[in-house]
Design a protein around this ligand. Structure first.
Ligand code: F6R
Length: 261
């Protein structure tokens, strides 16, 4: 695991730089998209690279990590709409190139199977952007998710619904109780993982993810089994890492050939 501790602007620049380097090398790359607050300034930077440097998404495909069940098609917090608003519409990414699990399907199980098939049909995800919940969830794999889990229907914990109430006018009752989420096993198949976390409220989850024992109770610890993970954290999110100083030295001495610039 490559841990980079840096100010927020640099974290966003590095994550966007990794996506941009991939798209320049492989224009039809498959990019895994996270929602929530963590990737917003990465999407801002990608929009800037598109506008100012002509970074093209024309041939790329995108796959969302997760989706709420039951939000109306035009609901602003439906993740499909969030990605359209925050990224796709700003980088000229055609809606049919960006996919998400169908949280409005009559048969949610079949929608999960279809989503797994769609990811596989696209050749798998080249680079997956991730955030982390305060309880260590990634995508919506809540504590006690199986490390080998696949895309499925999950119930959101009260903690996650409280954390996300800020997107729903502060009213936890408005946050759906169910979601569709890529599983931990699905996420681990992406070729490269880039995780972003900021703030003191993420510090314990980050500590468990990087230094804790692998445990279903801290789902992000599954990333320890992946060969190419970059964890981008600010000082506050890194504040409980025993090895933080070592990470700072390692990052400074990393060879320029490391492909996260
Ligand atoms: C959303 C997702 C979640 C979030 C996590 C952190 O697609 O996959 O795992 O990344 O809940 O959310 P923020 O970034 O809002 O703190």
């Amino acid at each position: 695991m490559e841990v980079v501790i840096a100010p927020a602007e640099e974290l966003a620049r590095r994550a966007a730089g990794a996506v941009a380097a991939l798209l320049r090398r492989k224009p039809d790359a498959v990019i895994g998209l996270a929602t929530g607050s963590s990737p917003l300034d990465v999407y801002e930077e990608l929009a800037r690279l598109h506008a100012e440097e002509g970074l093209s998404f024309a041939q790329a495909r995108g796959f969302l990590l997760d989706e709420y069940v039951g939000l109306p098609a035009d609901h602003p917090e439906r993740y499909r709409n969030v990605i359209e608003r925050e990224l796709a519409s700003r980088v000229g990414w055609a809606p049919e190139q960006v996919h998400g699990p169908d949280g409005l399907a009559d048969d949610l199980g079949a929608a999960c199977t279809a989503y797994e098939r769609a990811i596989r049909g696209a050749g798998g995800i080249d680079l997956q952007l991730l955030g982390i919940g305060t309880n260590g969830h990634i995508a919506f794999n809540e504590p006690a998710s199986a490390l080998a889990s696949r895309t499925r229907v999950e119930a959101l914990t009260l903690q996650t619904r409280r954390d996300n109430a800020r997107f729903f006018g502060g009213d936890v009752e408005q946050v759906p109780t169910l979601c569709l989420t890529q599983g931990l096993g699905t996420i681990l198949e992406a070729r490269r993982l880039v995780m972003l976390a900021r703030g003191e409220h993420k510090a314990e989850a980050v500590r468990q993810m990087v230094e804790g024992p692998v445990s279903a109770m801290w789902p992000a610890t599954a990333l320890q089994h992946h060969p190419h993970v970059t964890v981008l954290v600010d000082d506050a999110a890194a504040s409980r890492l025993t090895m933080a100083d070592h990470s700072r030295v390692a990052d400074r001495s990393r060879l320029p050939c490391a492909d996260i610039s």
